[in-house]
Structure formats: C-alpha cells, structure tokens
Ligand binder design. Structure first.
Ligand code: G4P
Length: 526
C-alpha cells in the first residue's frame, strides 16, 4: 500500500476524562465492537485505587497496566485506529498532557450527573494549546442528571469551546428512552445492558408520528421543542471548525449499557482527522514526506529489575519506519537502530518490521532517550509541542545514605522518564523535585530505593509555582536571576526557573519586572 493510503487509514486519538466519568468503560466497549477483545473486563482500570499509597503494590500494578495498555490498536470501518491510554489518576496528569501531544484528536468523556469537573478543564486547556479536535461524549444518561441544555452551557463556559449536539437524549435517568441522532436522523431506543446496539429506526423528520409511537406523545413533543431550540442556539455541525478545534460535536449515551457507543465510534471514524502536518523547530513536516521522522512522548521503565532497560513510546510523524535501519537521534547527534520495535494490538505486543505516520511504537532503550527526543533520517530538526508543564507540588530531595551516585543517576533517569521534574539550585547541590501531585513523591522514594538502592527523603518547600523566565535583554535576565538568587533554579536543560511562594507574589513580580517573561510551560520562543 502506498504511503498516502497508509496515512489516510490511520486515526490516532486518546479518550480523556475526569476520573470515574467512564473512560475505561468506553475504551472497553470500543475494543469489543472492533473485535479486539472478546469479553468485558479485559481492559483493566489504570486507576490507583488508594490515594494514601503506602501500598506500593498498587503503584506496581498500575505501572504494569500502563505498559500493557499504553496504546491499543484495532481495525474498524477499514481504518487502523490507535487509541492511546492516559493515566486514570490526576497525580499522573502530566503523563496525560504529554500523551495528548502524540494524538490527532480526542474524545472527552463527561459524567452527565457531575458535569464538567476540574480535571476535564485542565485536559481541555492542553487540547486548546494544540487546537486538537475534540468530540464530547456525555455519559451515564441512565442516571438522573442535569438538563442537557444546561450541560451544554456548562461545557461552553468552562471548556471555552463552542459545542454542537449531534444526538439528543429523550428524557434521562430511570425514564431514559434513548437518543435521537440529529446527524443521521435515526432514533435509538435505550435497552439497558444490551451487548450491542440496534441499527436504530430511521425517522427523517421529527414531525413523523412514528416518533410518538416509539417514545410517547409527551417525549416526542419535548424532543421537537428541544430540536428547535438546539438548531437555533447551536446551529449545524461544521466539520472544518471541528478539525480546527473550534467546535466540539457532542453525543449522549451510556457506556456501561453499550448505548450511544457505536454511534460515537461510527461518527468518530467518519470525521476524525488522519495524521496531520507537525511543527518542528526548523519547519513544518508533512506526514507523506518520504523521509521518516517522529518523536518520543513517553518513557516507561521496564518492570524487570534485572534489565534496567526502558520502553520509549514513539510517535511516527512522517515517512516509513523500518526495523534495523539506522536513524539519527538528533539531540545526541548519533545513529541508532532498533532490532525489536514493538507494536500493540489489543493487549498483545508484537515485533514489527515497519510503521507509518500516526503509529505509536515501543522502542527498547538503555538510557538514550528523553521525552521529546526526535529521530530522523539525518535532518537536524526537533519536534515542538512536547513541553513540560509547570509543576504544582515541590519538595527538596535529601540524601540519607552514602550512595550519592546512585541517587544522582536514579533521579536523573526517573525525571527523564517524566515521573517528575528536577530543578537544581546552588550549582546542583540542592535538588528540587516538582510534580503535579503528591503521589509521585511516594513513587519516586519507592523506585529510588527499589531500583537504584538509594535511600532519601523529601522535605517540604514553600513554593507555589515554578515559571520559566526569559527576556529579550540578556542583561535584564541576568540581573533578575541575581536579585532573586535564592528563588532561582535551573531545569535539566539549564534554563532558569523562578520559584514563587504565592500567587500574589508571582503577580507582583510579573508586574514589577516587565522586561522579564514568565512562562508556565517549558516550551517558549527564546
Ligand atoms: P474512568 O476510567 O473514567 O475512571 O471510569 P470507569 O470507566 O472506570 O467508570 C467509573 C464508574 O462509572 C464505574 O463504576 C463504571 O461501571 C461506571 N459507569 C461507566 N459508564 C457508566 C454509565 O453509562 N452508567 C452508569 N450508571 N455507570 C457507568 P464503579 O462502580 O466505580 O466500578 P465497577 O465496579 O463498576 O468497575
């Protein structure tokens, strides 16, 4: 098959949600429909069940699941679909943010009872940064929830995106009748716990009395009224706006009951974009370019402690990847080849000979890769858009044993993996670790002791936010760093980072030092 055809066949996406909205359930239903798994329960939840983790087996369990389900590929409607898994716990959100850099679109699951939750907003901010096309699935319609129009209102306000319902629920909770697909002009009747969905009943016009027969006069009248309102307020679906990340089509259903899921998957395959052009530092790269290139967006330490190797998850962006061929590792300026690159089908890992744009492959690595690294056929370019995000919790790492070397190596490798971010103060003598949640500190202590034999502890720090600082005037930056010496650290790439103790102080400094630019992600134009 020609390269262009391979590209057109691929859809690479992630399902994202606030924990408990139904991501795992929806993932499982997709895989069941596609025949990639045979029974429910095959997709393990990657949620950390206990938040006060003294139970490290739970962390290990989660790590095992994350490797196994990091990417699930399946065929559906003649497409090759790559579904990238994202962690279920908010303390691992940075991993999700990075995974979002490797997809071409997302499906956002919202709990119809709880509405838009905190994590939903944060994830949506990351999608907006890259104008990622979003489809919204409002789940749990079998439970009593809010009025759908209020939910759409909340989506628009909190997620800052315009929405367009492509299906509409007929009543909800215990009285839930089903949904009418405004997109396909079909009525889908709700039957709890059915293994598959019916094709639906064609009702081309809502004035058709058939509607009253199926859902009752009262519900039919309400649907007609709602449909009119929707048409007036939300207009019609505009594919271009969806592809630009401006408009999000919305579906209603119940993942647990297999309801609305096929409609969602079918529409996804119809409208979701194939791999797109991507921005590198020197130019934009088209997927159909003959020469291969791509980047690492996730690194996973191997669970087998006897082999300190890791799996780097790599997104192919252009050309064709081939096993055993030498490629340029741009940052290290060296050539590498891979003799057992892995692909993932359902839950099975397989060695592959080739991969195409949109595909995610697992490359076994002995410490060569950092998140964001680019491989090419010789060209010196680096893919953009794989930033570190400003962490939210900070601790100082204190060595409590004589094994300083192991600690150094351990923390360096764990932060390459993206478990946390490392900031150095006082010429590297002080190590400040920043994460998006407390759980990672337990993970780090556990893994440093277990994998590197290094004992240490964390000390609390009074830091509210870390911002990367730059200035058009190098002298001003130098001055600022000197004035703020006890609040300045360097990230792993040597970029200066400013620690602020409160939101108020941060705003005060932003105002006071107007020649300094404060950045909340590590990727900025210097
Ligand atoms: P997550 O991955 O987004 O965290 O959510 P997950 O799919 O694990 O779903 C969270 C809970 O919500 C699960 O119940 C799941 O069964 C339930 N759920 C998912 N979709 C629906 C739906 O359409 N309707 C209803 N009523 N519930 C739904 P749980 O009790 O936490 O777990 P489990 O014991 O059922 O696995």
């Amino acid at each position: 098959m020609a390269l262009t055809e391979e590209i057109q066949k691929r859809r690479t996406f992630a399902i994202i949600s606030h924990p408990d909205a139904g991501k795992t359930t929806l993932t499982e239903k997709f895989l069941l429909f596609a025949g990639a798994i045979q029974s429910a329960g095959a997709v393990k939840s990657n949620k950390i069940k206990k938040t006060t983790v003294s139970d490290f087996m739970e962390i290990e369990r989660q790590r095992g699941i994350s490797v196994a389900s990091a990417v699930m590929s399946f065929e559906y409607n003649n497409l090759k679909i790559n579904l990238l898994d994202t962690p279920g716990h908010k303390d691992f959100a940075e991993d999700t943010y990075r995974t979002l850099t490797a997809v071409d679109s997302v499906i956002l699951v919202v709990d119809g009872v709880k509405g838009v939750e905190e994590q939903t907003e944060k994830l949506m901010n990351v999608c907006r940064m890259r104008s990622t096309p979003v489809i919204v699935f409002i789940n749990k319609l079998d439970r009593e929830g809010g009025y759908p129009v209020d939910l759409l209102d909340e989506l628009e306000k909190k997620l800052d995106i315009s929405v367009c319902p492509l299906s509409w629920p007929i009543s909800r909770g215990s009285d839930f009748k089903g949904v009418y697909s405004l997109h396909r002009k079909k009525l889908m009747l709700f039957q709890p716990n059915k293994a598959d969905e019916d094709a639906g009943i064609e009702i081309p016009s809502l004035s058709d009395p058939l509607l009253d027969t199926y859902v009752g006069g009262h519900n039919a009248a309400k649907l007609r009224e709602d449909a009119q309102l929707i048409e007036g307020v939300y207009g019609s679906f505009n594919k271009e706006e969806y592809l630009e990340g401006i408009q999000a089509p919305v579906f209603f259903g119940s993942a647990l009951n297999n309801f609305g899921v096929r409609e969602l998957l079918d529409t996804f395959t119809e409208i979701a974009p194939p791999p797109k052009a991507r921005q590198a530092d020197t130019r934009e790269v088209q997927p159909q370019e003959e020469k291969f290139s791509g980047f690492v967006f996730k690194i996973h330490a191997n669970l087998d402690l006897r082999h300190r190797d890791r799996i780097a998850f790599f997104r192919v962006c252009s050309g064709m990847f081939e096993r055993n061929k030498f490629y340029k590792h741009v940052r290290l300026d060296t050539d590498l080849r891979f003799n057992n690159p892995a692909s993932f089908m359902g839950q099975k890992k397989e060695v592959i000979d080739e991969a195409f744009p949109g595909d995610v492959i697992g490359l076994y690595d002995r410490g060569n890769f950092k998140i964001g690294d680019t491989l090419t056929e010789g060209e010196k370019m680096n893919y953009q858009g794989i930033p570190s995000f400003s962490p939210e919790v900070f601790r100082e790492l204190i060595n409590t044993s004589s094994k300083a070397k192991q600690l150094e190596k351990g923390i360096s490798q764990l932060t390459d993996e993206g478990v946390a971010q490392l900031f150095l103060m006082d010429q590297g003598r002080r190590k400040i670790v920043g994460t998006v949640g407390l759980l990672q500190f337990d993970v780090i202590l556990y893994r440093l002791a277990n994998e590197y034999g290094a004992d240490c502890r964390f000390e609390q720090l009074n830091i509210h936010k870390a911002c990367w600082v730059t200035s058009k005037d190098p002298k001003k930056l130098e001055e600022f760093c000197r004035d703020m010496a006890d609040r300045i650290a360097n990230d792993k790439n040597g970029n200066p980072v400013f620690f602020s103790e409160s939101e108020w102080m941060l705003n005060y400094h932003i105002k006071k030092y107007d020649s300094i630019d404060f950045h909340f992600t590590s990727e900025f134009k210097k």
